[in-house]
Design a binder for this molecule. Structure first.
Ligand code: HAM
Length: 427
């Protein structure tokens, strides 16, 4: 039986890897512009970290974690998200004592045992930011502006920003209560999952995608009307800053997010070209996690975006650039003797910074030319026995088929290209 990859995982082949690398380069450049510095935390952590951080009533912790006991009897989990690890590391390494306000970002693989579908994987890549230490609404607005800029720079044109406020410890209980009153008489119309959510975390009912539940929720009370003055004030300042920064957003009073830790502002970046899994990113404020992990009272806000989902959306928008490695030269040889010369020339060209390739399969001239075409090499250097006898090579430009005999020397080849092809080659 052939061994196959695990359901919900993905092999990323070279062309696609190059697309990822390009997006990652853009990501890091944009992060630096906003003052975010990269942090790398382990892929597995104590399970307790996510129970406490992500929240024990969440689907992520309840149903989706890859947890295991190691040989030392420790209960560990592959990280399903980055936020709890960043806060743990922030405290463990005393970053708050070094500078009270920290802007951190991460990029890496996350693991959730969800049912795989388009845009939903069990191993996926997320980049995220955490701005730790400020209560300012400016930071809420800035994270949204940054998120949109990264998505845009990666190539996504159509992104809808949905925003809401889930309030704080003071006002959320009132909202939960009014939701409970509203849903109590309609409980039998809800799906089994929502019946459970009603008991353990009623806000999560608002997140249900089932049409029957959505109908029930049509006239449900919204959190906005139940916010305390502090949360209301904070939220209106965030919205005002976004408006003044020309950021388009939609108020979605039922946006609750799938994680337990949020306070005040929450938001999601939605791509209209994706199907059911249309959130390319999401985040919000979580002012209690640092304290919950035993640290001082330090507020925080952040977001994370799914890289596979973004690239899928870019592709669906039809603007994806197909990444293909560029080759300056392909060296074609004829026999053992010319082949060795070709190998030595190849190494010399690489030392000069050129990207080049040759044949290693002793293939025919025709097959080598075909291979160079497949790789999209700009020039082919042919070393036949006649060329070798004259200490020359044939230099052929593939775009127009023009060719010329040139001395078999790296300097002569480079000079020829400089003088006659005016290419902007590295040297
Ligand atoms: P999240 O909404 O769970 O938030 O995930 C953020 C993004 O990760 C989603 O919008 C989606 O693009 C991507 N994603 C999530 N699950 C999958 C999956 N199974 N397959 C593919 N992509 C997926 C968080 O993770 C929070 N840590 C965000 C945050 C940071 N909040 C505050 N700071």
């Amino acid at each position: 039986m052939k061994i196959q990859k695990i359901k919900g995982t993905k092999d990323i082949l070279p062309n696609e890897t190059e697309t990822f690398l390009e997006a990652e380069k853009t990501l890091r450049k944009t992060m630096a512009k906003y003052g975010y510095r990269e942090m790398r935390t382990p892929i597995f952590e104590q399970t307790e970290l996510f129970i406490k951080g992500t929240g024990e009533t969440t689907d992520i912790v309840n149903k989706e974690m890859y947890s295991f006991t190691d040989k030392g009897g420790r209960n560990l989990s592959l990280r399903p998200e980055g936020t709890p690890s960043i806060i743990r590391a922030y405290l463990e390494n005393n970053l708050h004592k070094k500078r009270i306000f920290q802007k951190l970002f991460y990029y890496g693989r996350m693991y959730r045992q969800e049912s795989p579908q388009s845009g939903r994987l069990r191993e996926f890549r997320q980049f995220g930011i955490e701005a730790i230490g400020s209560l300012s609404p400016q930071i809420d607005a800035e994270t949204i502006i940054l998120g949109l800029e990264i998505l845009n720079n990666i190539g996504l044109r159509k992104v809808e920003t949905q925003i809401s406020s889930v309030g704080c410890d003071k006002c959320r209980p009132f909202y939960k209560e009014s939701l409970k009153n509203f849903l109590e008489s309609k409980l039998n119309l809800l799906c089994d999952d929502c019946k459970r959510r009603f008991e353990v975390n009623i806000l999560r009912v608002l997140d249900c995608k089932r049409e029957t539940c959505r109908q029930v929720l049509k006239n449900a009370p919204t959190s906005e009307n139940q916010l305390c003055n502090e949360c209301k004030d904070h939220f209106s300042k965030v919205l005002d800053l976004l408006q003044k920064s020309n950021v388009h957003f939609t108020l979605n009073p039922y946006l609750v997010r799938g994680l337990d830790y949020y306070t005040k502002t929450v938001y999601e970046f939605i791509s209209p070209v994706l199907g059911a899994q249309d959130a390319v990113g999401g985040g919000g404020r979580y002012d209690k996690m640092v304290e919950l992990f035993g640290g001082p009272q330090i507020p925080a806000i952040g977001f994370a975006c799914g890289m596979e989902r973004i690239l899928l959306a870019v592709e669906k928008e039809g603007k994806a650039k197909i990444q293909k490695q560029h080759f300056d030269f392909y060296i074609v040889t004829m026999d053992e003797k010319t082949d060795e010369k070709g190998f030595l020339l190849l190494n010399e060209l690489r030392k000069k910074g050129f990207v080049c390739e040759k044949d290693y399969l002793e293939r025919s001239l025709k097959a080598q030319m075909k291979d160079s075409d497949r790789l999209g090499a700009e020039f082919v250097i042919i070393i036949g026995s006649e060329e070798l006898g004259n200490n020359e090579v044939t230099l052929r430009r593939m775009t127009d088929g023009s060719q010329k005999r040139v001395k078999l020397s790296i300097d002569a080849i480079v000079e020829e290209i400089r003088n006659n092809y005016q290419e902007q080659h590295k040297n």
